[in-house]
Design a binder for this molecule. Sequence first.
Ligand code: HEM
Length: 515
Amino acid sequence: IHNLPGPDDASWVTGHLSKMMNTTAWDYHRKVLRQFGAISHIKGVFGADEIYTFDPKALHHILIKDHSIVWDETDSLIAGLKTMFGEGITTTLGERHRRQRKMFNPKLLLNLIAVPIFYEVAHKVENAFLKKVENGPQELDVMDWMTRLALELIGQTGLGYSFDELTETSKPHRYAQASKQLVPTQSENTVVLQTLLPYLTRIGTKRFRRWIVDHIPSEDIKRLRDIIDVLHETSVEIYQSKLAAIKQGDEALAAQIGRGKDIISILLKANMKVEDDGKLSEEELLGQVTSLTFAATDTTSGALARTFHLLAQHKDAQAKVREELRNARKATGGEDIDYDTLVALPYLDALCRETLRLYPPVPMVNRVARQDAILPLLTPAKGKDGSTVTEVEVPKGTIAHLSILNSNTNPALWGPDAGEWKPERWLNPLPEELIDARIPGVYSHLLTFMGGGRSCIGFKFSQLEMKVVLALMLEKFEFSLSDKNIYWQMTGIATPNLDTTSTMPTLPLIVSKAK
Ligand code: HEM
């Protein structure tokens, strides 16, 4: 590791992490790519030696070949998830993860892709917007609406629960407000807190820790506590209503939203049949409700908001996709565009891929080596001693930061225009260098949804969700920039804000009826 190239501007407390994990860190990541290539040596908290990589072969080892044998979730992520989503989240971590993921079969999720429900919910937002702009263009908070929409979509299909009427006057569910703000604005303190969290969460009982949190004189911590309480209370409410319906029998379940075919009802029923040892506890089941809802909401709403924001900046692309959508609707006789046609629309598909490439909602994840490991490299690095490094020895305990952002925008693979938003690139053959690199992502040579045993289970779900929403909204409405400046913060999930420090994501755009 020490022979790898890397930046030398580390702080002795937070190493390079405060430079890499803050709301304006985009340029720092680009600089690391330009100066040091696909693998570098960085410093973590208190001088820890860590690596930063987007080398495809190294990623293949971390995500697929040695996944869960050597490479695992970091202790601070586990502690953070437990703090946010409850102790029950352990089912998606470590030993029980594989069994859990099998129960939570991605194919099961695919069966839930209920295009009619997607359309029904998206039509509600379309109608709300129609009312809002009936007397002329209006400035609307597109991020707010997309969060409500994404929450309702996972609510109805994944949880069999409705959060929001989604009319022009209805109020957002408090979960939508809370979840949007949970992705904390990362600061230098967050880096230190993340490191300390695994130790802090082991102190005393749960009750004692709660007492401490209640008495810490920090507004930020109190705000976080209140947000987490909302997520937890909502999950308990959903879980209990599902459980009660299941106990009352099939008729009561069928009367619920989702008619008992949602993923949580299926999971609860499957769990009742499991023998003692394999049974998920109530806490674990609750962890599933919270984590599924969280994983599905802010990622998708961020991706949708980013697409609308880009289309407001590229009016030619907006007009082009609108024309494609209108032609497709004409061909279906004015009905909603059916599944097969929708997924095959080339320009709509190209602009979704391009947006998710250049602006991955989750820009970076990390893993830790639980054993000593060897990482072979696709592109040899130039060692500090001048030698050519083709593989790296990684000692047990080393944290690897995996840059989704730099993998998706690496000019060596994507070409010199890798940093530009060009949907057309997907309508032409992709560069051979990219195809030969065999990026281990589940989606189109991209790492946006990661790859291997912990890849996103909702990636097909979210793409269809995006396409249904874009199809309805772009056909009817034109989106233009407002006079407000928008800054996309580089938080755990990128969010649009009015400035670099705000913790209330928002995307005001001018919406008018499209001609
Ligand atoms: C544009 C939308 C989305 C993006 C960019 C996205 C991205 C990701 C990424 C990068 C991971 C891996 C995190 C890591 O390795 O630490 C992940 C995991 C996950 N995602 Fe998504 N996601 C999206 C939508 C969804 C949706 C709609 C669902 C549910 C329906 C979902 C459910 C999950 C779950 C449950 C995991 C954890 C899987 C595991 O650990 O086995 N995601 N997602």
